[in-house]
Design a protein around this ligand. Structure first.
Ligand code: ASP
Length: 440
C-alpha cells in the first residue's frame, strides 16, 4: 500500500497539514476576535463580510476535501471488514479478537465518562453560571436546540434501535450515516460466511474487494494531498464563527469539557498506548500527527476512518486484517471523547437546571453515555440528538442543549481526537497480543 505521507517540495505532508491548521486557525480566530459581535448585538458590516466569505467561498473548499474523505468510507468499511474477517480466518480467532475489541470499547468508554463526571462534580460549572446569563445564552440558541431535539425523537425506543441495526435493505442502509452499523453487520457476516466455504469459492470475491480497497486507498492518498488546504479552510470556517462571546459566558463548562478531553487524551490514551502497546508518547504521537489533525479538522470519525487504518498499518505496522477489523467498528461504536463530553454536558445542564442528580442517576448517566456514544454517528455533531435523549431520561429539559451548542463546534473537534486515537490504540494492543511486532 502506498503511504500518502510525503509531499513534493521538501516539506513532509504531516508538516504541511499542521501548517494549514495553524494558518487557518490563526486567521479565523483573529477575525473573530476583531469583528464578532457581542451576544445578541447586531453584526458590523465587516463581520457580515467575513461570514459571507467563510460560508460562500471558504466552506465549499473545505467541504470538497471532507466529501472526498466521506466518499471512500462505505467501500472502505465494507472491503476492510470483509477482508479483515476473511483474513483472520477461523471463527474462533474472530471471536477472540471481537470480544477483546468490545472489552476495549466498553472499558475505555466507561473510563472516559467516569473522568468527565468526576470533573463536573469537582468543578461544578453549572453552579457557577448565573440564571441571567443562562437565560441569555438559551434565548440565542433555542431554535437550533429545538431542531436537534426534534431529530432525537426517533432515537427514543431502545429495542427498536437494536432491531434497526439489522438492515431490511443493505444497499439502502449504506446510503445513510446512521445505517453504517447495518453495513458493518452485513460485512462481518459475509466475512464469517467466507471462512465456511472452500477458499476457491471465495477467491474472486476476495480479489475483487482487495482491488477495490487498494483503489479507494489510492483516492484517499490524492485527497490527503489536498489536506493542507482543506484543513486550513475547515478550520478557518470553524474559528471565524467560533462565538467567542458565548465561550466566555459558558466559560466554566467549556473549560471542564475541553480540559477533560485534553486530560483524557494526554494522560489516558497516551498511557494506554504505552502500557498496552509498549509505545512511548514520543513514538505514539510521531505516528499519529496526520490522524490527529484530520480528526480535529473534520470532526468526524467516519471521515477519518480510512486515515486511521492507514496510520495503524503504515506508521505502526499493525497487520491489515486487524486494522481492517477494528477501525470500522471503532469509528462507529467506540467514542471515548463523545462519552466524556456527554457525561460532562448532562451533569452541567442538570446543575444549571437545579436538578441535583443522586448517585443512582449518575450511574444511569454513565450507562446511557456509554450506550449513546456507541449509537452516535461518527459525523460532526452526531452525538447531539442522542444527548437530548439522555437529558430526557434524567428529567432535564432537552432544550437546555441551547446552552452548549454555541461552543460545540470546537468541543466536537476536540472530542473526535480521542474517539479515533482510542481505536488506533485498540488495534495496536490487539496486534501486539497476537504476537506481531510493531514498527519502532
Ligand atoms: N464528531 C464525533 C465523531 O465523529 C461525534 C460526536 O461526538 O458528535 O467522532
Amino acid at each position: 500500500m502506498e503511504a500518502p505521507t510525503e509531499a513534493r517540495g521538501g516539506m513532509s505532508l504531516p508538516t504541511k497539514i499542521l501548517l494549514g491548521l495553524i494558518l487557518g486557525g490563526a486567521v479565523g480566530i483573529t477575525l473573530n476576535v476583531m469583528f464578532a459581535p457581542a451576544l445578541g448585538a447586531e453584526a458590523s458590516p465587516t463581520y457580515v463580510a467575513v461570514e459571507w466569505w467563510a460560508d460562500q467561498i471558504i466552506k465549499p473548499f473545505g467541504d470538497l476535501f471532507l466529501r472526498l474523505l466521506f466518499m471512500v468510507v462505505v467501500p472502505v468499511v465494507f472491503c476492510s471488514l470483509f477482508l479483515g474477517v476473511a483474513g483472520i480466518g477461523s471463527v474462533q480467532k474472530i471471536g477472540r479478537l471481537g470480544s477483546r475489541t468490545l472489552l476495549w470499547f466498553l472499558g475505555t468508554t466507561s473510563l472516559a465518562v467516569l473522568l468527565g463526571l468526576t470533573l463536573v462534580r469537582t468543578i461544578e460549572p453549572g453552579k457557577r453560571m448565573s440564571p441571567e446569563v443562562a437565560a441569555q445564552v438559551k434565548e440565542q440558541y433555542l431554535t437550533v436546540a429545538k431542531a436537534k431535539v426534534e431529530q432525537s425523537e426517533q432515537a427514543k425506543n431502545w429495542l427498536q434501535m437494536v432491531v434497526d441495526i439489522v438492515p431490511e435493505n443493505v444497499v439502502g442502509t449504506a446510503s445513510t450515516n446512521k445505517g453504517i452499523l447495518g453495513l458493518i453487520l452485513f460485512a462481518l457476516l459475509l466475512g464469517m460466511a467466507s471462512t465456511r466455504l472452500p477458499p476457491d469459492r471465495t477467491q474472486v470475491m476476495r480479489e475483487l474487494l482487495e482491488s477495490l480497497y487498494e483503489l479507494c486507498i489510492k483516492i484517499l492518498g490524492w485527497a490527503m494531498q489536498l489536506a493542507p488546504y482543506g484543513v486550513a479552510c475547515l478550520i478557518f470556517h470553524a474559528t471565524s464563527k467560533l462565538g467567542l462571546p458565548v465561550m466566555k459566558l459558558v466559560g466554566w463548562y467549556f473549560v471542564t469539557a475541553m480540559g477533560g478531553l485534553i486530560l483524557y487524551q494526554l494522560v489516558f490514551v497516551t498511557g494506554l498506548a504505552w502500557f498496552f502497546a509498549g509505545l512511548s508518547p514520543a513514538r505514539f504521537y510521531r505516528g499519529c500527527r496526520t490522524l490527529i489533525v484530520t480528526a480535529f479538522s473534520t470532526s468526524s470519525s467516519n471521515a477519518t476512518m480510512p486515515t486511521t487504518i492507514r496510520t495503524a498499518v503504515d506508521e505502526f505496522g499493525v497487520p491489515r486484517e486487524i486494522a481492517g477489523f477494528v477501525m470500522p467498528l471503532g469509528a462507529t461504536m467506540n467514542m471515548n471523547g463523545t462519552a466524556l463530553f456527554e457525561g460532562v454536558s448532562v451533569l452541567f445542564l442538570a446543575q444549571v437546571y437545579g436538578a441535583g442528580l443522586g448517585i443512582g442517576q449518575q450511574v444511569m448517566v454513565l450507562g446511557m453515555a456509554v450506550l449513546t456514544a456507541i449509537g452516535a454517528a461518527g459525523v460532526p455533531g452526531g452525538s447531539i440528538p442522542l444527548l437530548a435523549v439522555v437529558l430526557l431520561q434524567v428529567g432535564v429539559p432537552p432544550e437546555l442543549l441551547a446552552l452548549i451548542l454555541g461552543v460545540d463546534r470546537l468541543v466536537d473537534m476536540a472530542r473526535t481526537i480521542p474517539n479515533v486515537t482510542s481505536d488506533l490504540t485498540c488495534s495496536l494492543w490487539l496486534a501486539r497480543r497476537e504476537g506481531h511486532a510493531l514498527k519502532e
